[in-house]
Design a protein around this ligand. Structure first.
Ligand code: NAD
Length: 375
């Protein structure tokens, strides 16, 4: 593995990305040719996705880790070409490479195709959605010391997609909660807490009202918590109270474990505490594969304007580096991002600056290539 970071020729990747039309086509950073590289499925997505993906790949290549990016299309672009938003070859690519970096994908509201994001998570059994929310110097927020880890169950709950009309004027969505999935996500949260030196896991639920479904989730968390007694503290909160507590005293909380829907909502709330969706990374982790993607969506109104903040996707890339066994490179990347944001001269509109997506990525690459590599 190279110890010394290399400068990546700017513009190279965008030129190459533009030519990536056929499924599974692979390109490599020119500097890495001839070395063992990590082959990663790249799903640029739509809306602001492609420009963020391009910026993120350039930054990741600049960490010195060797990547082969296997670029595939999902979402609206795939419908035009393959007649489906999630073609089989996309799933096969992720299964083969076991790791993917993904941009956001638009989901039509109310009608149209089912969410590609949900389908991908279910098809690959990416059962754990990990969303860290950490304060960064230089970002104007209400709190300075937020350090939360949101662990969201990713496969069931109301996202199981079982909905039907009852006559013309009523609709039902079925909420699925199983002991298997609840214990599995609770164990993931506790194992994460142990492995990362965290002190407490809080289970979030609405078991006072949904006594069976949320009751089962809570009971499963309690069962798993018993195995970690004396090592990791455990408590539970009702989701509405949890939201109030988080906006009043987020410093009291550490790792939160939630069913799918509450996890989705509370992780956006947590993102808001630390500077917004533009800086919130995420990972979808299963036993056979992992997909790294920002929390935010495709923000269509900013698509193609070189305006969106790539931080969330770049920090998702840092989570991917850790997953691949490069903790030092991940830390160096996170520090470079933090430095550029703290300096505040080259930041995007959402952080109070005027820099574009590409310029922001360039500033991070400059930091990475200026600092000595650690390892
Ligand atoms: P969104 O996250 O796309 O955007 C909401 C607002 O947040 C934007 O208008 C913008 O002001 C801000 N924002 C988001 N990302 C930003 C960034 N990187 N830099 C700067 N500002 C940013 O949410 P939405 O408008 O509700 O959803 C748009 C589409 O994205 C929908 O079709 C939705 O289904 C989809 N979506 C996809 C994913 C995913 O692919 N995992 C996640 C959430 C939403």
């Amino acid at each position: 593995m190279p110890m010394v970071p290399r400068r990546v020729a700017r513009g190279t990747i965008s030129e190459r990305s533009a030519t990536l039309a056929s499924p599974g086509e692979v390109w490599r950073n020119a500097a890495t040719i001839g070395r063992m590289a990590h082959r990663v499925t790249l799903i640029p997505g739509d809306g602001i996705g492609p420009e963020l993906a391009e910026a993120t790949c350039r930054v990741l290549d600049a960490t010195g880790v060797d990547f082969e990016w296997e670029s595939v299309e999902a979402g609206e672009a795939a419908i035009e070409q393959y007649g489906t938003p999630l073609p089989d070859h996309v799933l096969e690519s992720v299964k083969r490479n076991k790791v993917a970096l993904k941009g956001p994908i638009t989901t039509p509201v109310g009608s149209g195709f089912r969410s590609v994001n949900v389908s991908l998570r279910q098809a690959l059994d990416l059962y754990a959605n990990l969303r860290p929310a950490r304060s960064m110097k230089g970002l104007e927020t209400r709190y300075e010391n937020v350090d939360l880890i949101i662990v969201r169950e990713n496969t069931e709950d109301l996202y199981a997609g079982i909905e039907h009309m009852v006559g013309r004027d009523a609709a039902e969505s079925i909420k699925i909660i199983t002991r298997y999935a609840s214990e599995r996500i609770a164990r993931f949260a506790f194992d994460y807490a142990v492995a990362n030196g965290r002190r407490k896991v809080t289970a979030v639920h609405k078991a006072n009202i949904m006594k069976l479904s949320d009751g089962l989730f809570l009971e499963s968390c309690r069962t798993v918590a018993a195995d970690y007694d004396g090592r990791i503290e455990f408590e539970d909160r009702i989701v509405d109270n949890m939201c109030m507590q988080l906006v009043q005293k987020p410093e009291l909380y550490d790792v939160l474990v939630l069913p799918n829907l509450y996890g989705d909502i509370v992780s956006d709330l947590a993102a808001g505490l630390v500077g917004g969706l533009g800086v919130a990374p995420g990972a979808n982790i299963g036993t056979e594969a992992a997909v790294f993607e920002p929390v935010h969506g495709s923000a269509p109104k900013y698509a193609g304007l070189d305006k969106a903040n790539p931080t969330a996707m770049i920090l998702s890339g840092a989570l991917m580096l850790r997953h691949l066994g490069y903790p030092d490179e991940a830390t160096r990347l996170e520090m470079a991002v933090r430095d550029v944001i703290a300096e505040a001269t080259t930041i995007t509109y959402d952080l109070g600056g005027t820099a574009g997506t590409a310029a922001f990525a360039d500033a991070i690459i400059d930091r990475l290539t200026a600092a000595p590599a650690v390892r």
